[in-house]
Design a protein around this ligand. Structure first.
Ligand SMILES: Cc1ncc(COP(=O)(O)O)c(C=O)c1O
Length: 495
């Protein structure tokens, strides 16, 4: 097949089908818009017309041979990969697929502790043993970021049998580790390199951005095109290259996790987003970075606010920084990031990506406008004026940032007998679930870790700041291993 990026094979076929006015005795039940509901009133019937299921000619995502295959060849080429798989379950599904297809039960995988919850869930599903690398913790900002190269090399040396190294490129805040060196070192030790590129799908399309996974030589990566490239929410891709990945096992793992009725809207949105970024990525992203630079300079002139720069992060040992993110320290005003986030919504009608105790994060993309950035700068100036006048004391950074001790494999904790306890009574118990703030969705505690007073204090703190806490019980209770029952139990056979 010739590589012609002006083509959108899947979308083109879907549009032709939508226009064909065929008589429909198949699913979906809305019969391509022969329906009357709130969404059809608001969004129009055309959207339903693009929501076809599996008519002839539209190919099959489980085993693409036609237009999905043609579109995925173009996708792979755009990302510098050998192969691309379309996903309709987000990078959550990509991460599950990457880990489940490369690590078997009781095999080790090296990964930073600040991974997204999907990586922890992949440990439960695969049964793999995590070897956690402690990420760099920025105590001033209260966030976890890159992994130090020396730490990763040391961990690889200490765990020569690990099957894979898992790297985040970049973290939610835009910070990257030395992906290329880490990849080379892992390959020298016969380990596969898996990359969570949920927030880095735009990297291959501008020379001003950090290196992309495929360019760094990684074996497998999952990219949320919906986050920064403009496809519809939940549409992601898995990209791969080289000979280390068993493609048949990967395909069958993806198919295990993928719906047999994948959304054609999502697939089409991947196709057209690829075409757009291929032709306009460099120009648009460079423009966004220029706008972001200017906004950062303006915000830095506002009393009590400070934006973080590439120089700031690299001084801490990070490898690079995605300058389409604007991370702002607000706690010197005497108010938390949570409060600024809420005021921006309530008073100024501005939605940011996330807040933490000390910072708020704006995620820009090739669709960000100058007016939107001006509105943010204006609102931040107003917020600063309000609180500077009140002369509040700056919020002090938390002194300890400690990850809990690991006691048992996440899969064993998941399968062990359990009980629910009030969070405040759970000190020294072994967690049987992940608990996290969303966003960013990085678990504070994972199944198999020992719950400490620090963790309980952290969770109470987040609760008091109206953060969304995700846990199974969701009512002040936490699921822990019932140790007494566990002792009597013959155990879960994992082999
Ligand atoms: C670092 C990281 N990895 C993976 C994911 C999952 O991506 P998706 O939302 O596409 O499932 C997220 C989502 O926020 C994330 O922040």
């Amino acid at each position: 097949m010739s590589i012609d990026h002006t083509k959108t094979p899947f979308y083109t076929k879907l549009e032709a089908y939508a226009k064909s006015d065929i008589i429909k005795h198949d699913v979906p039940g809305h019969k391509l818009g022969q329906i009357n509901n709130e969404i059809s009133h608001y969004a129009g019937l055309e959207m339903f017309k693009l929501d076809a299921n599996a008519p002839r000619g539209l190919d099959n995502l489980n085993q693409p041979r036609g237009v999905i295959m043609e579109s995925s060849v173009l996708m792979a080429d755009a990302f510098g990969a050998q192969k691309a798989y379309f996903l309709t379950g987000g990078t959550t599904m990509g991460i599950l697929s990457m880990i489940m297809s490369t690590c078997r039960a009781k095999e080790e995988i090296i990964l930073p502790r600040n991974v997204h919850k999907s990586a922890i869930n992949a440990l439960i599903l695969s049964g793999a043993v995590p070897v956690f690398v402690k990420p760099y913790i920025d105590k001033k900002l209260g966030i976890a970021n890159h992994m130090a190269l020396s730490e990763v090399k040391k961990t690889i040396d200490e765990h020569p049998d690990a099957k894979a190294l898992f790297i985040i490129n970049p973290t939610y805040y835009g910070v990257t580790s030395d992906l290329q060196e880490m990849t080379d070192y892992a390959h020298q030790h016969d380990m596969k390199v898996l990359v969570d590129e949920a927030h880095g799908s735009h990297f291959p399309f501008s020379s001003l951005l950090p290196i992309g996974s495929m360019q760094a030589g990684a074996d497998l990566a999952s990219c949320s095109l919906h986050k920064t490239v403009g496809s519809l929410t939940q549409s992601s891709i898995l990209i791969t290259q080289g000979t280390r990945i068993d493609q048949i096992r990967l395909r069958s793992t993806i198919n295990m996790l993928q719906s047999t009725s994948p959304s054609s809207l999502l697939l089409a949105s991947l196709d057209v987003a690829r075409k757009y970024i291929y032709f306009h990525g460099q120009e648009k992203i460079d423009h966004v970075i220029a706008m972001a630079d200017e906004a950062r300079q303006k915000i830095d002139k506002i009393t009590g606010l400070k934006t973080m720069s590439k120089a700031y992060f690299t001084k801490q040992g990070a490898f690079d920084y995605d300058e389409t993110k604007i991370l702002i320290k607000v706690s010197d005003l005497g108010i938390s990031g949570f409060q600024v986030y809420q005021e921006l919504v309530d008073i100024y009608h501005i939605q940011l990506e996330l807040s933490e105790t000390h910072v708020v994060l704006a995620v820009l993309s090739l669709a960000t406008t100058q007016e939107d950035l001006d509105a943010l700068v204006f609102a931040l100036q107003k917020i600063s004026d309000t609180y500077v006048l009140q002369q509040l004391n700056a919020i002090k950074p938390k002194v300890v940032y400690r990850y809990p001790d690991y006691y048992v494999r996440p899969r064993e904790a998941y399968h062990a007998p359990k009980k629910y306890m009030l969070l405040e009574d759970a000190v020294d118990e072994i967690a049987a679930e992940s608990i996290m703030i969303y966003p960013p969705g990085i678990p504070i505690v994972i199944p198999g870790e020992i719950i400490s007073q620090d963790i309980i204090d952290d969770l109470e703190f987040y609760k008091n700041h109206n953060s969304t806490i995700l846990s199974d019980a969701d009512n002040g209770y936490i699921k822990v291993i019932d140790k007494e029952e566990w002792m009597k139990w013959s155990g879960y056979d994992d082999e």
